[in-house]
Each structure stands twice: as C-alpha cells, then as structure tokens.
Write a protein that binds this ligand. Structure first.
Ligand code: ADP
Length: 213
C-alpha cells in the first residue's frame, strides 16, 4: 500500500518480475471493468473519476475471483488491495480459504509534493497497465507503450484536484489499516523517493533474495 503516486505500482511490478509471481493490481482490474462497459464498470468509473474508493463489495468480488486462478499458487503481489478495513478483513478470509498466508505488507511513503509532481507527468497504457513518467521513465517512442504498442494516456483521475482528494482518501480510509499489520509485525516501509535503480536492492533487503530456479 501507499498513497497515489508514491511508486506503489512500480514497486509491485518489480517484485512480480524479481520473484516471478503475478501482480494483481486492484486499480488495473477496475479500469478493465470500466473499459468492458459492464454495469459494475460504470459504477466503478463514477467513483474513480472523483478519486473516491470504489464500493468494497465490487473490489472484493473482483479480487477474490482473480485470486482463485491457478497462477497465484506460488505466490502473488497485491497492488492497491486492501484499501479499507472491510477489504483487510475480506483478505484474511480469502487467504484462509486458500490456505495462504500474508508474508509482508509493504507500505510506500512519499511527500505530497513529490506525488502531485509525479502524477501529472505520469502516462499510462490503458491496454496493458504499463506506467511511464515523462521525465524519469519515458517510453522509447513518444505516446506509445513499449510493452504492447498501445497509445498512452493521462488518466482522468491524474489531475491536481483529484490527486489531492485521492491523497486525503488514502490518509483517512487506507492508512489506518496499517496498524493491523504493524501489530503482527508484518508491515515494512519502503521509500517512495528512491531512484529506479535503487528499488530492487531495497526490495531484496526486505523480502530476501529471489530464488534462482
Ligand atoms: P493510485 O494508487 O495511483 O491511486 P490505483 O490504480 O491503485 O492508483 O487506483 C486508482 C483508483 O481506483 C482509486 O483512486 C480508486 O478509485 C480505485 N481503487 C483502486 N483500488 C481500490 C480498492 N482496493 N478499493 C476501492 N477502490 C479502489
């Protein structure tokens, strides 16, 4: 977990690559539902465009369904879930059902000014979820996704007023659940202010060296 623009998604993707496990990003799954044009997608979009959390029932159902797929058997990274107390309780239930345990909750810390500066320069691929930063991590070809060739966009919630609101929502609804994981010694902090090349080392320090298969 981490505030919007803290580099949460970048770290989650790196963990996925390093440990060869799937990255399950709640925001990406919700944006997929929006793109599909389902009723649920329409509800999700209304909340997302305002920077509010999408109702728990929807997010929990989508995440639970994703976690039931066989590729999660050797582990997975959740990016952006849980984000509320009800989601945290639901995650406990889902993990128990699957005989899985949570190893670590990584929380990313970053200053509000870093966040606004980052998000307004962020460009995202609506097709595959890849994320770029116009100054720090630009795509090879302007406006085109390196991974899938999709056309990059500025997300409709990556505008200053909505970014500030998302930050407030994070502090009010998401940050308090950290205590739950701190109480059992599973919460570990990772800085959101690291350069890209410093991130793998910081991750290894916390999660250990990836096994060579
Ligand atoms: P960021 O972390 O930069 O805000 P995300 O893609 O993780 O980006 O989330 C974007 C939006 O998707 C959130 O502002 C919220 O509206 C919705 N969302 C993502 N994850 C959740 C969740 N676990 N519960 C409710 N809403 C969520």
């Amino acid at each position: 977990m981490g505030p919007p623009g803290s580099g949460k998604g970048t770290r989650a993707k790196m963990i996925g690559k390093m440990y060869r496990i799937p990255v399950i990003a709640a925001g990406d799954m919700l944006r997929e539902a929006v793109a599909k044009g389902t009723d649920e997608g329409a509800v999700a979009r209304a909340y997302m465009s305002r920077g509010e959390l999408v109702p728990d029932d929807i997010v929990i159902r989508i995440t639970e369904e994703r976690l039931s797929k066989p590729d999660t058997e050797n582990g997975f990274v959740l990016d952006g879930f849980p984000r509320s107390m009800r989601q945290a309780v639901a995650l406990d239930r889902i993990l128990k059902k699957q005989n899985a345990t949570l190893d670590t909750l990584l929380y990313v810390t970053a200053k509000p000014d870093t966040i606004v500066g980052r998000l307004s320069l962020r460009r995202s691929c609506p097709k595959c979820g890849a994320v770029y930063h116009l100054r720090d991590m630009p795509p090879k070809e302007e406006g085109v996704c390196d991974e899938c060739g999709g056309r990059l966009i500025l997300r409709e919630d990556d505008v200053e007023e909505i970014i500030r609101h998302r930050f407030e929502v994070y502090e009010k609804q998401t940050f308090p659940i950290l205590e739950r994981y701190q109480a059992v010694g599973k919460a570990k902090e990772i800085s959101g202010e690291l350069n890209i090349d410093q991130i793998p080392g910081a991750i290894e320090e916390i999660l250990g060296k990836p096994q060579v298969l």
